[in-house]
Design a protein around this ligand. Sequence first.
Ligand code: FES
Ligand SMILES: [Fe+2]
Length: 436
Amino acid sequence: MRARPGRHLRLESASVDRGDAAALYRGWLDARERGHGLPGPLYTAPEAFVLDLEAVFRRQWFYAATVCDVREPGDFYVVNVGTDSIVIVREEDGGVQAFHNVCRHRGSRICNEVRGGVANIVCPYHQWTYGLDGRLLHAPSMGASFDPSPYRLAPVQCRVIGGLIFLCLSDEPPASIERATQDLMPYLATYRLDKLKIAAEVEIVANANWKLIMENNRECYHCDANHPELLVALHAYGFGYGLPENEGAAAPQDAEFAALIEKRRAAWAAAGLPHDLIEFPDGLWYRTTRLPLVGDASSMTMDGRPACSKLLHAFASPDTSDLSLWTHPNSWHHFMSDHAMTFRVIPLSATQSRVTTKWLVHEDAVEGVDYDVANLTRVWDATNRQDKQLAEWAQAGVASSAFVPGPLSPETEDMVVNFIDWYVKVAREGLAVDGH
Ligand code: FES
Ligand SMILES: [Fe+2]
C-alpha cells in the first residue's frame, strides 16, 4: 500500500504489521518532493512515529544533555526516548557514561526521577545494586554461587563534545561523531560548559510532530511576524541563506548581513573566538557559526544587555556575538559571553513532542545578585511559546485532507531543506538496515 503525496492514511492502531508500516513509511519518504515539506502522514501517522524512533533516533547520535546535568560524581540524569530510558551518570573518576535504565534482574526501570545524586545505582524493586560504572555490585538472596559479573547495566554510546552530551542507541554508532568532535570542540571550548551551572530549565509539551518543531527552528522566515522579543538582539538573517557559500538566491538584506560579519571577523580573530562557518560538512548533522548580535547587544535579553553580570570564563567584557549550533535530529544552542542556552526536542507521539530548554550561567554566579531568572529567560520563554503555537497550527494544518506540501523559500528556508534531506536519507538508511 503506497501513499500518494498529500493523501493521508491515518491509521489509529500502532500495532499494524511491521512490514506494512515500513512499506507505508518508505512510500511517504519516496513521495517527498525536494524543496517541499514532507508528506502529511510523516507528521501524523503512528507508523511514522514508531519508525522515526527506530530508523532515526535508535541509529543516529542525538543530543541528550549537558555536563551541567551531571556535575558531581554520582549525579545522574535520565533521558527517555520512545520506550527507551537512558541514565547518564557522572562516574567517580569524572567521566560521563550512559546506561539503559533497565534492571538486569527483572527489567524494572531503575532511576525513576529525572535527576539525582547517588553513591550506587539501586533498583527499587529488589535492591540489585550497581556501581556508577554499571557493574552489578550486590544482588541480595541470589545464593552463594551467584556471579554478578555478567549482569552489568547495558551501556549506551555516549560522547561529550565541549560539554554537550550526545547519545547513540545503536551498537554501531555512526563514525561521524569523531569528525563532529574535532570540528566543534574548538568552538565550544571557549564557553567551558564544565564550569557552568543550570540557572533555569523549562519543559514544553507541544502538540506537534517533532519534525515540525525542528523545521520551524531551521528558519527565521517566521521571525519578523512572530518573535518581537527574539529580534531585539538576533538578526533574522543568520540562517545560511544568501551568504557567500550558499549558491541559492539571496535576499537583499543578506548582503548587508554578510558585510557585517566580514567587519567583525578581525575582532573575533583577535579575541581568539572561532568564527568560520561549519555547515553540515559532507551532509553530516551539525552546523555552527558565530553571528553578530543586533547593534551593540551582547545577550538575548529585552534590552540586549547581559542577563548575568558574572561573565563566562573566557570573557573579561561582554562580547557582541552569539555562537549558534544546530544539530540534527533534535537540537539547537546559543552561546554568548554571559550565558548559554540549549534546546532539545524529543518525540512523544506522532503529534506530540517535548522541548527542553536550559539556561546556563557561570557556576559561581548567584541568583538575585548576578542574574535574575525572569530576565534571563524572558526572550526565549516568549519565543518558545510563540514557536509552540506556530508548530501546533502547522500540525493542525498538515492533518487536513486538503494538505499538500508547498514550496520552501529559496531565500530563507535552506536549512529546512537541509533538515528534510538529512531526515529522508537517514530514515531510508535506517529502514534498509532493518531489512524492510
Ligand atoms: S527488577 Fe531490579 S532488582 Fe529486581
Ligand atoms: Fe521561531
